[in-house]
Design a protein around this ligand. Structure first.
Ligand SMILES: Cc1cc2nc3c(=O)[nH]c(=O)nc-3n(C[C@H](O)[C@H](O)[C@H](O)COP(=O)(O)OP(=O)(O)OC[C@H]3O[C@@H](n4cnc5c(N)ncnc54)[C@H](O)[C@@H]3O)c2cc1C
Length: 328
């Protein structure tokens, strides 16, 4: 056996986050080639239901339950995890490249004197050597790096790379671990979750999304895209510059620092196709891109592409759909 892989589970409001399922499914196929054991650890308070959900997905599941761990804080997670990682001795310790992963993994890596490789797309072993694929220049190139030899490595895997398959095996080993930290010694205190005001639309649940890019020009002109959304029954979402400019609210952002969406249809209007955006929508069932630049990278992920001015193309599509829906 080459060793163990330990996945640190992310959850919020008693739900396991999609990224953890993505990682567990992705790792199952990745480690098929190597004789490695997939293990996971979940931390929290009153987490029996999470333990139940996870127990069949890994060879061994550790859980650390303590009221101090009800909400994520780096200190409590760090001090709870270090003794476990020391005891288990995994070769790889893996989290999602999420805000929690980016907060915790480097701290653990520094505390345990093991390398941390962030935002990984993939990894492989060649003999004892670990090779990791990462992106360069905003996704224009990928690089494969060889990690310096070490007994263990911390990796954060980019969300949206693997598809959760929901496969379950038989009930495996589940082991409760006691926390080994001094509850009085923490520097930070979790006070409460501040939820952003919701405007009622969850783009991750939409079947049809019309993506608005900077190519639309300004907030007033978003109307032309809105018309297409109305006629298709779709919802509007946007790229980061569109959100930053205030054309659409923050919860409509798709991409690395926004949401990952997988609708049946995604129509990208005036979107260049930067990797930070496409990571959030490239798993859509059908992608149609409208862009006046034939070399725009969005066409690499689109199933259908229309090269031209969106102010001519969108009204034409909108009016065609209207006429098909209500023929005279
Ligand atoms: C750490 C980090 C995180 C990021 N996170 C995100 C994220 O979560 N989501 C995200 O979207 N971005 C994110 N970005 C930004 C990302 O790198 C890109 O800058 C952004 O996605 C580009 O948005 P855009 O396609 O709307 O604009 P642009 O890149 O400016 O593209 C506009 C496109 O519109 C086309 N166009 C112009 N006029 C017309 C017309 N009349 N008709 C048709 N086409 C037209 C142009 O040819 C061009 O391709 C992030 C960047 C960083 C560094």
């Amino acid at each position: 056996m080459r060793g163990k892989i330990l996945v640190i589970v992310e959850h919020r409001a008693k739900e396991i986050r999609e990224i953890t399922w993505e990682i567990l499914s992705g790792l199952k196929s990745l480690i098929d080639n190597y004789d490695m054991e997939l293990q996971a650890v979940v931390l929290g308070h009153r987490i029996d239901s999470l333990v139940g959900e996870l127990a069949e997905s890994v060879a061994k599941l550790y859980y650390i339950g303590d009221e101090e761990l009800e909400f994520y804080t780096w200190e409590r997670y760090l001090y709870a995890l270090i003794p476990l990682i020391e005891e288990v001795g995994p070769k790889l310790i893996i989290m999602g490249h999420t805000s929690t992963g980016m907060d915790l993994a480097p701290r653990l890596s520094a505390a345990m004197d093991s390398p941390y490789i962030p935002d990984c797309l993939n990894f492989r072993f060649d003999g004892e050597d670990l090779f990791v694929t990462r992106e360069l220049f905003g996704g224009k190139l990928n690089s494969e790096i060889k990690a310096a030899k070490n007994k263990s490595y911390f990796l954060t895997l980019r969300p949206g790379i693997f598809t959760p398959k929901g496969e379950k095996g038989q009930q495996k080993q589940v082991k409760g671990i006691a926390t080994a930290f001094d509850k009085k010694g923490f520097l930070t205190q979790f006070l409460g979750l501040l939820e952003p005001p919701r405007e009622g639309i969850d783009i991750t649940k939409a079947d049809i999304i019309i993506g608005v890019g900077r190519g639309v020009g300004d907030r007033e002109k978003v109307k032309v895209v809105e018309e297409l959304a109305k006629v298709t029954g779709g919802v509007l979402a946007g790229t980061r510059p569109v959100i930053d400019s205030g054309w659409l609210p923050k919860e409509r952002q798709v991409g690395q620092s926004g949401k990952i969406v997988k609708p049946k249809l995604y129509i990208a209007c005036g979107i260049s196709g930067a990797s930070q955006h496409t990571i959030g929508m490239k798993k859509s069932e059908i992608i149609i891109a409208v862009n006046n630049d034939p070399h725009a990278p969005i066409f690499k992920v689109a199933h259908y592409g229309i090269v031209g001015d969106l102010f001519e193309i969108l009204p034409a599509i909108t009016s065609k759909i209207r006429s098909v829906k209500s023929p005279r």
